[in-house]
Design a protein around this ligand. Sequence first.
Ligand SMILES: NC(=O)c1ccc[n+]([C@@H]2O[C@H](COP(=O)([O-])OP(=O)(O)OC[C@H]3O[C@@H](n4cnc5c(N)ncnc54)[C@H](O)[C@@H]3O)[C@@H](O)[C@H]2O)c1
Length: 324
Amino acid sequence: MIGAEDIRKAFSMRDAIESNREAFAIQAEGKAKLSVRTSFNVEGRGISSFMPGYVSSFPRVGVKIVSTFPGNAEKNLPVVGATVLLLDPETGLVDALIDGTELTRLRTGAVSGLATELLANEGAEIGALFGTGGQAASQLEAMLNVRKLREVRVYDVMRDRIAPFIERVSAMASRFGARIAEAPSPDAAVEGADVITSVTTASDPVFDGSLVKAGAHVNGVGTYEPHKRELDEAIICRADRIFVDNMEAIMAEAGDILIPMKDGKLAKEDIAGELGDLILGRSEGRKSKEQITLMKTVGFATLDIVIAHKIFNKAVEMGIGADL
Ligand SMILES: NC(=O)c1ccc[n+]([C@@H]2O[C@H](COP(=O)([O-])OP(=O)(O)OC[C@H]3O[C@@H](n4cnc5c(N)ncnc54)[C@H](O)[C@@H]3O)[C@@H](O)[C@H]2O)c1
């Protein structure tokens, strides 16, 4: 059994970025199978979702289970709970139970980290982060890992969450020599920003894409329902190179992409490809310093299974985790 602290001991953000690089290549080479999320509404109390995946190159099979039960808040329990179950490829028996919440934070931050490393301008100095919830700290950590940012502006619609968030991440950010500042408005956050990450639960766009500077890179992480979006049409239309994590999942879930497509403002052909295509050299990334690049992710099982496999191997090697 590998808990959140064990994961952090065994696996760094840099490890997670490299794990994702491999996972995207595995997916693009057709060496992984996954089925779409299966979700059950449990008596109106909450939703439990099952995301299975099989990576033939290792080989490894597993499933991530995520439950969202809003009533848990009153019971002092987490509203969202996630676990990854990893099976032994020889016997099919359970090898490990891994804390899925920490694993998801790490791999989701690392998706933006990898996209930023591959697409943002080398000299990027200013970051902007929208959202200060459970996923935000690892998004910030990933951003700081891949570009030498001197300042990151943070904005959340719940303004009282910003200062405690900055307090929580200040030690981590100072290791990278970055100043984390509260942005008074979405416009102020975006103005002059070289790397922008949005990781919110918003249903409508969180910043004005017409204010994004030429040469910026944008990561869209938060929304995953077809009728919701946190990125507006302006930034989708202005982006010169749009990459997605997984085309099938994006076409099923990502309102940021699907709403402009429905409105005739974006065609599927306008999407440059998956991050895996970029990694394998099948698609070209940024072509000039002035281009705006954009990556939209909703997540997919291969990322979870690959990182779970690597965390498990590392934990066994280091003697970390509890035997059940
Ligand atoms: N792409 C992926 O693979 C992936 C993985 C995990 C989570 N997610 C998604 O990321 C989102 C964020 O997750 P979380 O756990 O941090 O959620 P959370 O509920 O802990 O935090 C979300 C934050 O967004 C803020 N917010 C909402 N609307 C906003 C707006 N208009 N402007 C600025 N901030 C706004 C909220 O106030 C809140 O602080 C969720 O929608 C989640 O489903 C995506």
